[in-house]
Design a protein around this ligand. Sequence first.
Ligand SMILES: [Zn+2]
Length: 205
Amino acid sequence: MYNASKFPSFLNGCGGLLFSWGDNFHGLVTLGTRFDGATFVSNSMIMQGTTEQNGFMREAIRLAADNVQKGGGPFGAVVVLDGCIIGSGANRVTTSLDPTAHAEITAIREACRHLGHWQLTGCEIYSSCEPCPMCLGAIYWARPAALYFASTREDAASIHFDDAFIYRELQQPLEARSIPTFQLLRDEGLRVFSAWETNPDKIRY
Ligand SMILES: [Zn+2]
């Protein structure tokens, strides 16, 4: 459940527990609609957000800035459903000794706990920075309706968070990647897949 005490001035319309822009939503800027509720400038993916969208992005950025003050990484994210924040996160890699504790992953985990589901159907994710490949993968697995980010992977690279490097690695063949990567025991690995395929109680996801 989202910690409402973080946002005492914004509690309205979300059951007293979640962050909402309530009646502050004033509709769309009309510049070539690409998604429902999202508008884009010319052919790029850069958009002028609505009051509500900009508010959620500013909250992600605020989480990032707050995290910097606490000695953490400069990244924040929120997950939004029906105008309410149902999950938020900041980068906790160094403070929790967890290389996977990125803002988006943390926010997705909190949102899924809130929903009681492994999928973020109908949700939007706002991240203060373009997601790294790990988080982008998690976002695709979570299947939200849309993703918004503020600064880019190139901006992150300029302050030595080299997400761009991992994006380049993904395009390399296995033998050319910087972390030596090998395949072993494929037949034994495949037996697990057979067990999954024949399990009548499996939950597909
Ligand atoms: Zn990440």
